[in-house]
Design a protein around this ligand. Structure first.
Ligand code: NAD
Length: 414
């Protein structure tokens, strides 16, 4: 055990945040977390493809300097902590990072490192685009109709991890409090979990969602909540979001209810609507074309993004980013899939598409677009990993690294 020493690359500069804008030099240092389980398979592939794209696109003018951060199972063995403060500080200092999946024990052991990173760095917006790439297998008839970006609030809700074990003193005190204040008698042996939600957190994720909608000319924002049941948390989230949009962006937005009640035309404005979470799962399957930006709470967003991923090729193709003010950590939506670790087998697509989001965030959009196009071309050639191959008749099975290699070949052809 010891202090987690970082190996800072000899060359490269820090990305800086100035006047509310991220400024990436041509030679940024990018911290990365390899990840547990299959992280060791997909992360090197992601780095190779990104390096190849940067080299191809910018002809030596730009270069990334990767800095490995000790986080996860290996860091626990070496330094006695799976999330050393030095690693968190490096992300704060260098501002843009990418991570492979990290393992979290269920029902015991340490809290989720993914959640801990998001909370420690105040990465309040979890951004998950869900868009089909032509040729990917899908259980729905028209996967091309689904093109949404989920903005999931990342710092509150049950993910704060405030829980009291069944039969603990604290749980008993809560049970008494609930009886006193609500007149409700909970089973005395109940475990208790707390679901906090605030106007402040709702407003800043609403701001992130509408900024994206304006920049990308998206037609609507749908607030997804369970406010019919959880009135003071999920219901308040809905009300605070509506209030924010109509107070701060009144000229740019129109509420769906106004369109219906007043027969108002949208006049190119962003339509603000809301849906109850359970109904939203159905809507995404039955009427996906009616949705564009989704603004939602932490747990709803977690479920919805995996369900959306299933429609566009599975978890292996679903990217994500966790973004705060001037700091972003990009990561695959899936977990560490430990049963496939070390087999050079799983799909690196999710982490690669997350790297594209990272490049966009840095302003290196040409490299991001080139990688997305090369992935599209590789899918078109039907050279795919096992998760897709079994669902795509006539396709050629490639390994994790083989998929990366095929993408690099397609990058260079373009
Ligand atoms: P998982 O996403 O790791 O794997 C579930 C299944 O999905 C796998 O068995 C595999 O069939 C498929 N899969 C996942 N990634 C794939 C890929 N890249 N290519 C092809 N198929 C893929 O989910 P799990 O088994 O529930 O979780 C394993 C561990 O990961 C747990 O400890 C969990 O807490 C953690 N986890 C981490 C993150 C994260 O780091 N952000 C997210 C979810 C789960």
């Amino acid at each position: 055990m010891g202090v987690a020493k970082l190996k800072i690359p000899a060359e490269g500069e820090k990305i800086v945040w100035r006047d509310g804008e991220l400024r990436a030099p041509d030679n940024p240092i990018i911290p990365f977390i390899e990840g547990d389980g299959t992280g060791a398979d997909i992360t090197p592939v992601m780095k190779r493809v990104v390096d190849a794209a940067v080299e191809t696109l910018y002809a030596g003018r730009r270069h990334l300097h990767w800095m490995k951060l000790p986080v996860g199972e290996a860091a626990l063995k070496e330094f006695g902590s799976s999330l050393p403060e030095e690693a968190l500080q490096a992300i704060r200092d260098y501002r843009v990072a990418i991570k492979g999946p990290l393992t979290t024990p269920v029902g015991e052991g340490h809290r989720s490192l993914n959640v801990a990173i998001r909370q420690a760095l105040d990465l309040y917006a979890c951004v998950r685009p869900v868009k089909w790439i032509r040729g990917l297998p899908s259980p729905v008839l028209r996967p091309e109709d689904l093109d949404i970006v989920i903005f999931r609030e990342n710092t509150e809700d049950i993910y704060l991890g405030v829980e009291y074990a069944a039969e603990s003193d604290a749980a008993r005190r809560f049970i008494d409090l609930v009886h006193e204040t609500q007149g409700v008698q909970l089973a005395p042996e109940s475990a208790i979990g707390i679901k906090p939600m605030s106007r402040h957190a709702t407003e800043r994720i609403s701001e992130a969602a509408i900024r994206h909608a304006i920049a990308m000319k998206r037609p609507s924002i749908t607030i997804v909540h369970k406010g019919n049941i959880q009135k003071y948390t999920e219901g308040a989230f809905r009300n605070w979001a509506y209030d924010y949009f109509t107070r701060v962006y009144r000229d740019l937005v129109v509420k769906e209810t106004e369109i219906i009640a007043e027969r108002r035309p949208t006049e190119g404005k962003i339509v603000i609507k809301d849906r109850i979470a359970d109904s939203m799962f159905q809507q995404l399957l039955l009427r996906p074309a009616e949705y564009s930006v989704i603004l939602t709470t932490n747990l709803n967003g977690d479920y919805l993004s995996d369900a959306g991923a299933a429609q566009i090729g599975g978890l292996g193709m679903a990217p994500g980013g966790n973004v705060g003010d001037g700091v972003g950590v990009f990561e695959a939506t899936h977990g560490s899939a430990p049963k496939y670790a070390g087999q050079d087998k799983v799909n690196p697509g999710s982490l690669l598409l997350s790297a594209c989001m990272m490049l966009d965030y840095m302003g290196w959009t040409e490299a991001a677009t080139a990688i997305r196009e090369a992935i599209g071309e590789t899918i078109k050639q039907r050279r795919v990993t096992y998760d897709l191959e079994r669902l795509m008749p006539g396709s050629t099975l490639v390994s994790c690294s083989g998929f990366g290699q095929a993408i690099i070949e397609n990058l260079r052809k373009a």
